[in-house]
Every structure is written in C-alpha cells, then in structure tokens.
Design a protein around this ligand. Structure first.
Ligand code: PBG
Length: 332
C-alpha cells in the first residue's frame, strides 16, 4: 500500500476507461458516415483525373471520374457530396457559374443521376472559381468587390444550380445579404424546396492554401474585405443572427480545428443545424505529418473528426469523408 492510496469511496474516473467495451459504452460522441460530407472537384479541361500535390489522395476529376468517385462515396454511406467546378474559361463576372452548360452545373446533374437518393447532392455557390480575377464576387470600377452587384449573380447561380438538381446550395462567398438574396430568388422561381447552407462564420484563413491549387485559383491578394478576421469570435454570433434572419436552413463555421471555440459558441446559440468544414490545410497537415512518420494517420484523422462533434458540429465537410465512412462501416 502506497503512502498516497486514495481513501475508500474516493472518486476513480479511471473505472470508466478500463476496457474497450466500457469505453465504447460511455463514449459521449460518435462519428457516423451520415454526418460526413465529401467535397469534390471537377475540372472542365481535363482528360484524366489529377492528384493534387498539396492534398495527396484528393483529385481534380473529369466528369467521368467524378461520377465514379461520387458513386463510391455514396456506396460508403457519406451523408452528402459538395461539388466545386473549375471551368476552362473564366471572365470578369464569372458567367460560367450560371451557364446551364457550365462545368459545375453539368456535374450537379451527372452526380445527381448517378447517386439518386442515396446521398445529398450539394453545390458550392460562389464566383471565385469562375472569375478571371479569382474573387468571390464581381468588382466595381475601383477593383473592389461589389457586394450588392454580386448578390444578383449569386441569385442567377442559385437558379442554375437548383435547375441542375442541387438539393443544398453552399453559400461560401461571405457577401452581406447573400442568404436573403438566394432565398428570395429561389422562392420567386417556385423553388422553395431548395436548402440554403450559409457559410455563416467564414474566416480569412491561411489554411485554405492547398484549395488554391485544387481550384486553380486566379486570386492575387486576399479576401480580407469579405471574410472574417481570425481575431474575432463575437462577430460570428452577429453573422449567425443575420443568416438566421435571412432564412438560412443550415449554418457553417469554417475552417474547423483552429476555430472550435467559434463552432462551440455558434452550436450553443443556433436553432438550426451547424456544420463545419475541415479544410484543405487541415487535411494537408495530417497527411504530410503522417507521411513524415510523425503521427499515426487514421487515429489522427478520427481524433480530429470527433473533436468537431465534441465542439457541437452536426455534420462535417471533410476530404476524408468517403474513406472514413468506409472505415466506420468496417469497424461496426
Ligand atoms: C471559396 C472557397 C474556399 C474554400 C471553399 N470555398 C477558399 C477561400 O475562401 O479562399 C476553401 C476550402 C478548403 O480550403 O478546403 N468559395
């Protein structure tokens, strides 16, 4: 008996950690395939899929390889697929975004036909992939992003995506009033069925780095006049209030791991589902650390994802969605 033995009846939290079965029984949060959404990239000019250097395991797809990978993700049980399109030609206003024959709109229709009702088809609603300058909106005469002129374009884009069959529109552009503009346009066109996902708290993050390669970003400079300052937490609650009042069906906090405090606050305050996006840089950090032998890859992935659940996320956008959905299916 040690000099420091606990008294009889003393609290011993370790009792609930004593075996895998007990730990499983008392686990507060669980990952489920249905909570995972897979972001995917389709690029018009490709004849073969291309693996991204900054995101090993993630591809820019052709329309054909996209459909095949989307089918596999649906088979694995992912909750949804979020599509991003990279057009062959760009212009100042991003007109490929609302062209029914634009790459993203064709991809929405093709993926929708392939997966049917087995998973939810979503589309990124933002102009940055479609503009020649790479900004999320159109520019005014001084080269500044013109908020209200951009809203008209978002409304057009929303109608095209809805017509192509997108069930959820992901408004990632951080223009003021974007949720209201898209909701009104959809309702006026008789599309009150289409779900609006507001990227409510989206920060101007350095961790978007690898995404720039994924979408062949044309951006010079940054997005700090529309995305939030990483120093500001309280401001996320103001954005939440606005998105709710404008009719957002689901709200988002992005990035994920560096902003779990914001996620927890938004989750505590929101009456609608709260999602979070584990972004490209978060993915890259784990992949490259694992390749260097510094961390054990799959346990690190699962730990990072359960952290989102613990902070209050209802669903998570992650580039590992299909792989983890498969992994969870196997370990059941
Ligand atoms: C912009 C957009 C970005 C991401 C998703 N939508 C980049 C940005 O805001 O600069 C980043 C996603 C990621 O990094 O994985 N519409």
């Amino acid at each position: 008996m040690s000099d420091y033995s606990l008294a009889p009846g003393a609290p011993r939290p370790r009792r609930l950690r004593r075996s895998p079965a007990v730990r499983r029984l008392v686990s507060e949060h669980r990952l489920h395939a249905a909570d995972l959404v897979l972001p995917m990239f389709v690029k018009e000019s490709l004849s073969e899929p291309v693996e991204l250097q900054g995101m090993p395991g993630v591809h820019q797809h052709t329309l054909d390889s996209l459909v095949e990978a989307a089918r596999a993700a649906a088979d694995a049980g992912v909750g949804g697929i979020m599509l991003f399109g990279i057009p062959a030609e760009r212009d100042a206003v991003g007109s490929g975004a609302w062209d029914p024959d634009g790459i993203l709109n064709r991809a929405i229709a093709a993926v929708g036909a392939a997966v049917g009702e087995r998973t939810v088809v979503m589309a990124d609603l933002c102009l940055d992939e479609f503009t020649s300058h790479g900004h999320c909106g159109v520019l005014d005469a001084h080269g500044e992003v013109d908020n209200d002129a951009t809203l008209d374009r978002y409304a057009q884009m929303a109608l095209a995506q809805a017509a192509a069959g997108a069930e959820v529109l992901g408004l990632s552009g951080m223009m003021d009033g974007q949720v209201a503009a898209v909701r009104h346009a959809l309702d006026a066109a008789g599309r009150s069925d289409v779900i609006v996902l507001g990227y409510t708290a989206k920060y101007a993050s350095a961790f978007y780095g690898p995404f720039r390669e994924a979408v062949d970003s044309q951006l010079e400079g940054d997005r700090r006049t529309y995305q939030q300052d990483p120093a500001n937490g309280r401001e996320a609650l103001r954005e939440l209030e606005l998105d709710l009042s404008e009719g957002a069906d689901i709200v988002m906090v992005k990035p994920g791991l560096p902003y779990l405090d914001v996620l927890a606050e938004v989750a505590a305050a929101s009456p609608v589902p709260v999602w979070s996006y584990q972004i490209s840089g978060e993915y890259a950090m784990v992949e490259f650390a694992a390749r260097a032998g510094a961390i054990d890859r799959m346990p690190a992935i699962l730990e990072s994802l359960v952290a989102f659940k613990r902070a209050g996320a209802d669903a998570i956008l992650t580039y590992w969605a299909a792989e983890v959905a498969g992994e969870l299916g196997r370990s059941r």
